[in-house]
Write a protein that binds this ligand. Structure first.
Ligand SMILES: [Zn+2]
Ligand SMILES: [Zn+2]
Length: 486
């Protein structure tokens, strides 16, 4: 299976209206109209008039040739038309009809030399954003232990391909990669949103067992909000201006076809000790359940898999312990934390007094201690962090405990340190692009995962956008480093 090009008739329709606005004797030219349906009889006269004028022009230059023969005439004129349009005039977005037409024309080879700098950069921008979202999505899935198969049309294979061409100068390669990754990602985001929402309908208190653990995965309700951030970023007009549901549905069907046999097998051999599966089958067989009503109503964007497949897919979001087995770029023991037992006692006492002062001020102002430090000591946050003292925003769930127990080592220190080191990074360094990105994406996901659930969604959205931007920065660092070697 592969994504289909946008229909030729639609491209033709657009091109026709762009170049041949229909004329009536004394009327001004009407605005070009883009329609989804193409009716050949509707344009025959316009096309004929244009052809006639062209024929006369060509004849006057004595260049009449095979173009004027009956059967091949329309085709030849169409080729000539496409030649005129073979370079886009707009900035690149997925599904842009201008760029689709350029790809469909005979002159398909686009490279950095054939485009303006701003156009080439627009391709990089979309590639970068889609890759950043895909990397965050992959870490989200892997954290829950959701499988990412290596199928050529799966999300993982497309991410790996995007990483393999991160420094390419070929506009064609970037566009092809971006569009495949975009639809593979979009399809998966929608599927997983349904899975997470279904899982969230199951009420259980098993997560309370993990209250003392430093980091637990977000509740399915919160995970749904995170996936929604990814979807909304993909829906941006700056990323995609011509969404093709048909392509997305193909990726979804491909995923379900690949996954269904394993799910059916898993449904037969695993126990239902929590009663989750009975609950889910009840929801799925009840045509009036909120889940059924919502997702059946979204049939253009999502086709519900068989019940036992959906049951197993959604069950993946029950666990609360992260399952991502990451290959570190910097081992935890090599992160620049200070060994507190080796610090001079007088100096440590001074630091302790300062921490108490920060916490007292935070309590007086009803804020988190990390927020106070962000505001008052922005230049030396790393010093606090090296001592594992809290520098988190008040939107982090550690805030209360870190403020009221200022001796506490902030449980967020490791991921905050990784994010801060990435923010300071200007060059790729010795680790591969893929390894750096998965480490950064994992740290950013932990940050999203540890945000308080009682804050407005806008705060989570803001942090999600910031996470995407930081991963985009990593792509730019890689490309800039490549550019400097030339
Ligand atoms: Zn903290
Ligand atoms: Zn925190």
């Amino acid at each position: 299976m592969s994504p289909h090009p946008r229909s030729v008739s639609r491209l033709f329709d657009w091109a026709y209206h762009k170049l041949f606005p229909r004329r009536t004797s004394n009327q001004p030219d009407p605005e070009p109209v883009i329609t989804d349906e193409f009716d050949i009889s509707d344009i025959t006269d316009g096309f004929y008039l244009y052809s006639l004028q062209e024929t006369q022009r060509v004849a006057s230059r004595n260049q009449r040739s095979t173009l004027s023969t009956d059967g091949s005439y329309v085709t030849a004129r169409m080729d000539q038309l496409l030649d005129q349009l073979h370079f886009p005039t707009t900035l690149y977005t997925v599904g842009s009809i201008d760029w689709e037409l350029a790809k469909t024309s005979r002159a398909m080879e686009l490279d950095a030399d054939g485009l303006s700098e701003i156009q080439f950069n627009s391709i990089i921008d979309v590639y970068t954003k889609v890759y950043a979202i895909a990397k965050l999505m992959s870490v989200t899935l892997l954290s829950y232990g959701v499988e990412m198969d290596h199928s050529p049309h799966g999300l993982l294979a497309n991410i790996e391909h995007a990483e393999s061409i991160v420094t390419t100068l070929s506009a064609n390669a970037l566009i092809e990669c971006t569009e495949k990754l975009y639809y593979a990602l979009y399809a998966r985001v929608v599927i997983e949103m349904a899975n997470v929402e279904l899982c969230s309908s199951f009420q259980t208190d098993i997560r309370s067992l993990a209250k003392r653990e430093p980091y637990i995965l977000p509740h399915p309700v919160q995970a749904y909000k995170i996936l929604l951030i990814f979807k909304e970023a993909l829906d941006s007009q700056k990323v995609c201006s011509g969404f093709d549901k048909r392509i997305m549905r193909q990726y979804q069907e491909d995923f379900v076809t690949r996954t269904a046999p394993k799910c059916i097998e898993a449904a037969q051999v695993t126990d239902d000790f929590l009663g989750y599966r009975r609950h889910i089958m009840g929801v799925l067989t009840d045509s009036s359940s909120l889940f059924r009503v919502k997702w059946a109503g979204l049939s253009e964007m999502y086709k519900m898999p068989p019940g036992n497949v959906l049951m197993v897919l959604s069950e993946k979001y029950l666990p609360f312990r992260p399952k991502l087995d990451i290959q570190y770029d910097i081992l935890p023991r090599d992160l620049p934390f200070i060994d507190v037992t080796a610090v001079d006692s007088d100096k440590w006492e001074q630091r302790r007094i300062r921490c108490n002062r920060d916490a007292t001020l935070a309590k007086l102002e009803s804020r988190g201690v990390g927020e106070v430090r962000q505001e008052k000591y922005a230049d030396c946050l790393m010093d606090y962090l090296k001592e594992k003292k809290c520098v988190c925003a008040s939107t982090c769930e550690c805030t209360y405990y870190c403020t009221y127990d200022c001796e506490r080592f902030c449980p967020c220190s490791e991921y905050v340190m990784r994010i801060m080191l990435a923010e300071k990074r200007k060059y790729p360094g010795k680790h591969s692009f893929a390894i750096r990105c998965i480490n950064l994406a994992n740290a950013l996901f932990e940050k999203l995962a540890t945000m308080r659930t009682d804050i407005p969604d806008s705060e989570l959205n803001k942090e999600g956008e910031r996470a995407i931007q930081l991963l985009e920065r990593e792509v730019r660092i890689q490309r800039d480093a490549m550019a400097m070697t030339y």
